[in-house]
Ligand binder design. Structure first.
Ligand code: F6P
Length: 320
């Protein structure tokens, strides 16, 4: 293994830059040349590449986003695009590829592995925290803290106006972000796609709260549960309370990575370089029960990560 390349792909996540920095510096310290492909898979298809050096990745550990840029690349869903990417890797004499991204990026990596002999290692980075093989992804902690800060502010106005707020957080089809954020803001209700919700049950909780003297409530809803606008309208009609909706949106993907996101980025990158140099199978690195581990790439792609439903039960008890 002489030359490796790094690419960030899919939705950005705070801490991706810390991972680019760490992969580059650890790789160089172990005698590897490091290249960076730009704009995710697009850069592999179109050969948009630049050398990365310990100096060129200076001053980025604290930056959100990704200096390599990223994209959601439709051409990479086609065999022709994947073949072009494989040819680019061969042309640049790349022996190992570090893919920093989420499930979509790792699914793409599995397809690439069918067309290329380049060894691939995935570093999980997504605010959704939905990658199998790791308890936590890079960016999740930062996004969760951003959402918590926002919801604490929303709580102030909710109390003053005696209103109910639905706060929609990201997470695509999964509820990892909503569950963690909901628990830690003391949400009265948490709605996640993994647990089908009943509107009547939500109405009941709000009415019970009102009867107990709780005049305002926060409902944290994952974007994956469906139409939160409609839900807000329905709850207002049925409870007679004022119900407002706040969609937190893309702010959750940006900002300075927290210490935790930077730490994970650094530790995952160290393991990723080990995986490449030790000649292990294509893998995704991760954190499991406090240890830095690896999971076979294909297995990570085809296995669904389970949401810990105990969190929701705990949140319910805490919000009484
Ligand atoms: O996967 C990260 C994520 O932010 C999801 O939470 C969200 O559903 C999606 O990306 C948005 O994707 P896009 O950036 O393509 O709009």
């Amino acid at each position: 293994m002489k030359r490796i390349a790094v690419v960030t792909s899919g939705g950005d996540a705070p801490g991706m830059n810390a991972a680019i920095r760490a992969v580059t510096r650890i790789g160089c310290s172990r005698g590897l040349e490091v290249l960076g492909f730009e704009r995710g898979w697009e850069g592999l298809i179109a050969n948009m590449v630049r050398p990365l050096t310990p100096r060129s990745v200076g001053g980025i550990i604290n930056l959100g986003g990704t200096i390599l840029l990223t994209s959601r690349c439709l051409d990479f869903k086609k065999r022709e695009g994947i073949r072009k990417a494989a040819a680019t890797l061969a042309k640049n004499r790349v022996d190992g590829l570090v893919v920093i991204g989420g499930n979509g990026s790792f699914a793409g990596s599995c397809e690439l592995a069918k067309e290329s002999d380049v060894r691939i290692v995935g570093i999980p980075a997504t605010i959704d925290n939905d990658v199998y093989g790791t308890d936590e992804t890079i960016g999740f902690d930062t996004a969760a803290n951003t959402a918590v800060d926002e919801i604490d502010k929303i709580r102030d106005t909710a109390i003053s106006h005696e209103r109910v707020f639905i706060v929609e957080v990201m997470g695509r089809t999964r509820g990892f972000l909503a569950a963690a954020v909901g628990l830690t803001v003391g949400a009265e209700v948490i709605l996640v796609p993994e647990v089908p919700y009943s509107k009547d049950k939500v109405v009941q909780v709000l009415e019970e709260n009102a009867a107990k003297g709780k005049k305002s409530s926060i409902i944290v809803a994952a974007e994956g549960i469906g139409d939160t606008r409609k839900l807000a309208r329905e709850l207002e009609e049925e409870t007679g309370s004022e119900v407002r909706l706040s969609i937190l949106g893309y702010a959750q993907r940006g900002g300075t990575p927290t210490m935790r996101s930077r730490l994970l980025a650094s530790m995952f990158s160290n393991k990723a370089i080990d995986v490449l140099l030790d000649g292990q199978e294509n893998s995704v690195v991760g954190l499991q029960n406090g240890n830095i581990t690896t999971t076979e790439l294909e297995k990570s792609c085809r296995t669904k990560k389970e949401l810990n439903l105990d969190l929701l039960q705990l949140a319910q008890v805490l919000a009484t």
